[in-house]
Structures are given as C-alpha cells and as structure tokens.
Design a protein around this ligand. Structure first.
Ligand code: C2E
Ligand code: CA
Ligand code: CA
Length: 554
C-alpha cells in the first residue's frame, strides 16, 4: 500500500528533524519552514497531501494565516494538526476557529502523534467518501434526494412492505416555465426550494414517505395510500395555501398526478410515468390540484410525448411553415394586412394544425423557440417583398404568453426588424391576456417598450379570457381582435350581435380599431359593416394560405 504523505510545517530545524524521524517509517514526509512554503506545496499538489502538521508561531506566514488561506480555498478536506506549546490553550481555540482538526503538544509524544494522525486521515477519507455519496444521491438546489435516489428509495420502500398499499405522486407547479421567464431563474430557483420545503414539511412524521426532486419544478413522492383521497387532498390543499400566500402577483397552482400502485412489484419509473399522465388532467383546470391515473389518458400522453420528442429536430429541419391569412378592409373589401399562422409539415404525419402542438409547446417551454422562428420567417418574407418593390402591408405575428413575459422581448424584436431592414410598423404583434398574471406590471413594461420601438399591439381573442376590460385599463393596445367563436351561438335574442357592436363602439371611443376574425358568411360581414367594424379576417374572404404562395403582399 502507498504511504500517506504528511506535510510538516515548522520553522525550527531541530523540530522538523524530530518529526521526520518519528514519522518516516509509516509516512512519506515533506518538510517546509513556514506557511508560505507550505501554501506553495498545497496549491501545487493538494491531492497528494494526506495531512498537515502545523506549527503556529513561524516567520513569513504563521499557522493561523495558512489555516485561513486553506479555508478560503476550500481545502477543509485536508486534516491539519496543530503543534502547540503544552499550556497554550488560547492558541488551540484560535486554531480551531480557523479550521484546525486536532492538536499535539510539544515536546512530541510519538504514540499520541501517530494515533491523532491516523484518526484524522481516516476521518478525512470517510468524509470524502460520504461527501461524494451525498452528492451522488442528492439534488444540489434543494438538498432532497435526486431522481435516481428517489426511485431507488421508493423501490426499497415497496419491497420492504409488500403488505401495504402505496401511491406514487408527481408534484409540480403549473406554468413554471412562464414563472421562470417572467421573474428570472433566481426567483425560479427560490420557488423550487420553497416547494421542496412544503413537500418536506408534509412528509414530517410519516415514516413510510419517500420524496425527492425529479427535475426542474417536478418532485416525486411515494407514500401510504388507504384508498380514499381525502387525506391526500388535505395535504395538497395545505401546500396550495402556502403557494397562494407565497406571491400575490402571480397565481401559483400546484398539480399532483397520482398513481395508486396496484402491485408491489411495479417498476418505479412506470409508476412515475403514470403519475405524470395523471398530472396532465389537472393542468389548465383551475382549482383541480389532484388527479389519479386512468387508462384513457395514457394514450393521449403517448401522442404528446411523440410530439415533444420531435420538436427540436423539426425546427432544425425547418418543418414548420408559415401561412398567411389576409385581413380585409370592410369598407373597400380590399386586403390590407395578414396574420402569420404556423403549420407543421411533418414528413410522416402530414400537415399538423397548430392546435395540436402549440398547447404542448406552451406546457413544455419550447414555444419561445417556435415563436421566434415564425417571427423571423415573417420578417424574411416582408423583407423579400420589400426588395421586390411591392406594395407593403403589415403582417401580424402571434406572441405566446411565455414570450410576452420575456423582459428582453422589445430588444429582440427591434434587433430582428433591424436585421431584415424592415420598419417595425410592418410587424404587428398579437398578444393574449394572461389568466396567470394577476398583476400585469411586467406585461405593461414590455408592451410600453414595444410601443416605443414602433410596433403595433393587438389584443388577440379579446373577451375570451379572464378580465379583458380590466387588462385594457392598464395596457394600451392599438387593435382589438374579437373572434366570432367566442360569442354566444344561435341565440335568438341576438345577444352575440349586441355584444359585438358594443365592443366595436367601445373600442372606437378608446381610439382602437377592431378586427373581427372567424367571419364565415356574407350575413356576418354585412352585420359587421353596419356595426362600424373596420377589418375582417375569416374564411368568408380567405383561408390561411402558404406565405410563399402569396403572389403579391395580400
Ligand atoms: P388565433 O391566433 O386566434 O388564430 C386564428 C385561428 O382561426 C387560425 O387557426 C385560423 O386559421 C382560424 N380561422 C380564421 N378564419 C376562420 C374562420 O372563418 N372560421 C374558423 N372556424 N376559423 C378561422 P389556426 O391557424 O389553426 O391557429 C390556431 C391557434 O394557434 C391560433 O389562434 C394561435 O393561438 C395559435 N397559433 C397559430 N400560429 C401560431 C404561431 O406562429 N405562434 C403562436 N404562438 N401561436 C400560434
Ligand atoms: Ca392570433
Ligand atoms: Ca385570435
């Protein structure tokens, strides 16, 4: 076996000699005469040093100074044994404060010296082992078990109690990606730690509970399950209450997908997967925080997973294509603009409409990438038309909520139109109000910056969301888009029409114009013309058509 190396730091040549002599049979030694020389060696070969024997009083750099330097450089793993005079208790305390592991007194007692050295080195090796095991098994952000350890401990729990019944849960926060872009990663990390604390608190006093962090804001929890969810619901409700109090300006909702483990031999990854499937059911449903796995949802998730697996490649291979749907001026019945709408031209599945992948990309955080791709494609198109000397019309692009809460949005947009050398007035931006942001300050700032940069802002799907009128009070938009499909259908009292004409009138009062979309019939068009609507977008005039097929700008 290789001998351990001990670094002897001592200014008295006689003492150095004595120490070397005592140690040389069992240890390799290096001798230096002051702290500065010791520091040089530690810096160059710290992994080769098993322990340091350190005198305190030395010229150039004394023992305290060396200890302090070692602490600052995170060398606490190397055991330092301080050699002091027999009665120097103060020195001992002081050395302990700056990280010494142990003491030996002069004159040296060979036996004591050996046993202290041996113990210190053994301790340091043990703690290094424990530390690396700890790192392997724990999540650095929250200190909880990591994914691998959570699953392994769940396995152990199930195997040691085949007579008991368990539930596996996947816990996360709805729209965490949105939170992260809105408030930044540091706030995101803080929130994850907070949720970790909530989960740990709920597990206190529950001897059969295993929990850990799976990834991002996702946690896994395995616990006893009696067959009825009441108790579980109470625990989730407590977490929800804490989350509600955590931030007033953002609606934080916890989602728990649960799988009641039906056989003790179940593969744990499998249990987690089923809990994830179940979690989908409570997403987007306000006030639903717990959902159990059932078979039918499994198939839907499989399809979603397939889409998520392919999205990055699809983007790289430019499988997403931009269609344009013209908008018409009601008075002249001439095209006066268009909306860019994305489609996925899948090599195997054919043309996929956005309704099938956008909601998935919103959930998994991919949407900003696709948004940017569509914006850039649109700019490219506009710039092409411009270079061909055609009459230009504005094209609107959709800004998903996640993109809208990106504080850099205005900068990104400005950069984009600059690159393609088109005036910002040609790019109209369709935004949707968010149900999650109860305090729209962030959105206000971004919209103001976009306005200042010369962009036109349209409120998409006005009236379909949470508090449309409230949003208008705080956020200045230039154009309202109202979709026919959000109006009451087939109502005899004509309430839909009354609502529509009131909205148009109100918008005009406030200096906004209105685009009504989803217009399919002549009758609808005529009604809107009478109600003072300026612009119409709908199948009545034109379906979305491939951007590159557009012979002239709309
Ligand atoms: P949206 O922004 O409200 O877009 C209008 C949708 O209504 C489009 O569906 C359009 O094809 C459809 N539409 C237009 N006229 C009529 C009509 O007369 N009758 C009916 N029944 N429908 C009509 P599409 O293209 O399937 O897009 C659906 C949604 O997907 C969009 O709703 C938008 O929320 C999202 N989306 C589409 N492209 C993008 C994009 O590039 N980025 C983002 N973030 N979202 C997009
Ligand atoms: Ca739109
Ligand atoms: Ca719309």
């Amino acid at each position: 076996m290789n001998k351990h190396t001990v670094l002897i730091v001592e200014d008295e040549p006689v003492n150095r000699k004595i120490l070397k002599k005592i140690l040389q049979d069992q240890y390799e030694t290096i001798e230096v005469e002051n702290g500065a020389a010791a520091w040089d060696i530690l810096v160059r070969q710290k992994d080769g040093i098993s322990a340091v024997l350190l005198d305190i009083v030395m010229p150039v750099m004394n023992g305290y100074e060396l200890l302090t330097k070692m602490q600052e450089a995170h060398m606490e793993d190397i055991p330092v044994i301080v050699t002091t005079g027999a009665t120097d208790e103060d020195a001992e305390h002081k050395a302990l404060d700056v990280g010494a592991w142990d003491f030996v007194t002069k004159p040296y007692n060979a036996k004591a010296l050996f046993s202290r050295l041996r113990n210190a080195i053994a301790r340091s090796e043990l703690s290094a082992y424990e530390k690396s095991r700890y790192i392997l098994e724990h999540d650095t952000l929250t200190g909880l078990y990591n994914r691998g350890k959570t699953f392994a401990e769940t396995r152990r729990l199930l195997d040691s109690h085949p007579d008991k019944t368990f539930v596996f849960m996947r816990v996360d926060i709805d729209h965490f990606a949105l939170f992260n872009t809105s408030f930044g990663e540091r706030e995101g990390d803080k929130l994850i730690k907070f949720l970790a604390q909530c989960i740990a608190d709920e597990a206190k006093g529950r001897p059969y509970c295993v929990y850990g962090r799976i990834n991002a804001d996702v946690f896994g929890v395995c616990d006893l399950y009696g067959g009825t969810p009441d108790e579980l619901l109470r625990r989730i409700e407590r977490i929800q209450e804490r989350l509600t109090r955590y931030r007033q300006d953002y609606r934080l909702e916890v989602s728990v997908g649960a799988f009641a483990i039906d056989a003790p031999g179940r593969n744990v990854e499998d249990c987690y997967f089923r809990a994830s499937v179940a979690a989908q059911n409570c997403k987007d449903k306000v006030d639903t925080h717990l959902s159990f796995y059932d078979k039918s949802s499994g198939e839907r998730l499989a399809a979603e997973v397939a889409i998520a697996n392919e999205m990055q490649t699809a983007l790289e291979q430019r499988q997403f294509v931009v269609y344009l749907q013209p908008k018409f001026d009601v008075a002249t019945e001439q095209a006066c603009g268009a909306e860019a709408l994305v489609r996925w031209k899948h090599p195997v599945k054919g043309m996929i409409p956005p309704g099938e992948f956008i909601p998935i990309f919103e959930k998994n955080g991919f949407i900003p990438k696709l948004d940017y791709y569509v914006w850039e494609e649109t700019c490219r198109m506009l710039s092409q038309w411009q270079s061909e000397g055609r009459t230009m019309y504005p094209v609107s692009v959709n800004i998903s909520r996640i993109s809208l809460y990106n504080p850099q949005l205005a900068e990104m947009m400005t950069e984009l139109v600059k690159t393609y050398q088109i005036p910002p007035s040609l790019l109209h931006l369709e935004v949707t109000e968010s149900a999650y942001m109860t305090n729209p300050e962030l959105m206000e700032g971004t919209i103001r910056a976009l306005h200042e940069a010369g962009f036109t802002i349209m409120m998409d799907d006005f009236g379909s969301g949470y508090s449309s009128l409230n949003t208008l009070k705080r956020i200045r938009v230039d154009v309202l888009k109202v979709d026919m499909k959000f109006l009451p259908v087939k109502d005899e009292a004509g309430r839909g029409e009354i609502i529509l004409s009131s909205v148009i009138r109100m918008a005009n009062w406030l200096g906004m114009s209105v685009v009504v979309e989803g217009v399919e019939t002549r009758r609808q068009r005529d009604f809107l013309a009478g109600a003072g609507c300026d612009f119409i977008q709908g199948f009545y005039y034109s379906k979305p058509i491939p951007g590159r097929n557009m012979r002239r700008p709309i």
